[in-house]
Each structure stands twice: as C-alpha cells, then as structure tokens.
Design a protein around this ligand. Structure first.
Ligand SMILES: [Zn+2]
Length: 260
C-alpha cells in the first residue's frame, strides 16, 4: 500500500466477511481515545519522563519489597499512568470489536495494552501480551489473581497456590512474556487468515512478529489508524482514521452483510 492511500470501510467489511479467521492486534493508538497516553512517540509518557530501566525485572527479583512499595505508592510517570488507567473507559471502537466478536467474524484480540479495556468493554477472547494492570501474577506457577484479591499487608505478597512471589501482571523490561499468553498469541496468529491492526505500528517485538507471521502464511493484513506506520507497506488494505471513528462504521458494515 502507498502511505497516503485509504480504502473504503465497505471494502474492509467485504474482506473481513470473506475471511475465515480474523484476529485483531491492538496497540497504544487504541487507548489514546480513552484518555491513556502512549508510552512512545511525541506525546509519549516515556518521552516526557524517560524510559524505565531496562533491568526492571532484575530489580523486582532482587528487591520484590521495593518493587511492591513502588507499585502501592507510585511516583513520577507511574502515578500519572495509574491515575489515567483508573479513570479510563472503553470508547466506541472497543464496543465495535465486541460486536464483531458477537457476530462470529472476529475470533481473537491480541493487545499490547495493559489497560484491561477490551475485557471491560466485554470482549471475551483477549490475549494481553504485556499483561493487565488489573491483575497480579505468581512468578513461580503463573497463576493470576485480581489485584484487589492480593493481600499486601505483608510484602511481597505470596501466591495462594504455591507460595511463590506475586508481582503485577504487567510485563516489565527484562521480563519474559508469560508462556501461556505467548503461546496463545502464536497459535492465534497461526490460525489467522486475516489480521486487523488497530492503533499499532507493530514494531515492538514480540507483537511485531504476528502480522509478519500472518502475511508469510498468505493472510491479509488490514491496517486501521490515522497515520502511516512502519507496517503500512506490508498491509493489503488500509483505512485512515482513528479506532473510535472507523471501527463502529466497520462493525455496522459487517453486520449488514451477515445473515441472522
Ligand atoms: Zn504460584
């Protein structure tokens, strides 16, 4: 695709309906319209405050109590980020994805976002590749707990099942992507004959590998976003616009093509 071209929503709806297994990959651009600043880019929270240390995970392992104190009493960008996450509500683009799931067109969402908004909107099949800030996870057995279930009266909190140390489910620098999520993402990208890229430039690995995996398997890549990205050239179909603008129109166009 040329960077400046935009296909019609009707065309994308035809593509989605003709495919058998559509997977959606969402990134920071999806959350921006819900009031969450991206980490990177001109308005990025890390651009303003600086990137977190690359050895964040090692810091957690060597000092889990210090990590938890930081989590419970956030300062700097964490304070701003967590306030934004607490106040965020899913916009109409999220609702549209639940609609695409309900009619059976969208099979799975892989998101790079940690804000939990896809689940909050009501999507069922969601892989949160960088975790969810609403959840905590045992680093020994991988079991997840809702944040409010975790007893933080004694730090670090311990797993109810195995006694291992619990951290936030949010994946930090230097931390491996949890195996279960990583496996789900690879399996879903393998099944997909179409990937919808929404609000992501897909240049951060491992997310960057999924559209490439779909494309290499002969699948169709559809990009939805306001600006050209690193992945635009690889896409078969492109719609310029924001998620909250485009996805509701797309869900309507798909619904009008479905038999009930
Ligand atoms: Zn455990």
């Amino acid at each position: 695709m040329d960077a400046g071209t935009s296909d019609s929503i009707q065309h994308v709806a035809d593509v989605l309906v003709s495919c058998h297994y559509v997977v959606c990959l969402t990134g920071a651009g999806m959350s921006v319209e819900s009031g969450i600043r991206p980490f990177r880019g001109p308005n990025g929270i890390w651009t303003e405050y600086g990137e977190p240390p690359l050895d964040d995970y090692r810091r957690f392992v060597t000092d889990p109590v210090g990590y938890w104190k930081g989590l419970l009493h956030p300062v700097g960008y964490y304070r701003e980020l967590y306030a934004a996450l607490e106040g965020a509500e899913p916009h109409q683009g999220y609702v549209a994805l639940t609609e695409l799931e309900r009619v059976g067109v969208l099979k799975y969402i892989i998101t790079q976002n940690i804000d939990g908004l896809h689940r909050k909107a009501g999507s069922s099949n969601v892989a949160e590749i960088h975790g969810s800030y609403l959840m905590c996870r045992c680093v020994s057995c991988g079991e997840r707990f809702r944040r409010e279930e975790v007893d933080v009266s004694s730090l670090p909190p311990r797993c109810f099942s195995c006694g291992g140390v619990i951290k936030s489910d949010v994946v930090v620098f230097g931390e491996p992507i949890p195996e279960d999520v990583a496996r789900t993402c690879v399996d879903q990208a393998d099944l997909a004959d179409c990937m919808l890229l929404v609000g992501t430039s897909a240049y951060v690995y491992p997310a960057a590998s999924f559209p490439r995996q779909v494309s290499a398997g002969g699948g169709t890549l559809v990009e939805i976003g306001p600006h050209p990205t690193e992945i635009t050239e690889m896409c078969d179909v492109v719609v310029r616009g924001t998620a909250a603008e485009v996805l509701p129109q797309l869900a309507d166009a798909v619904a009008s093509r479905m038999d009930y």
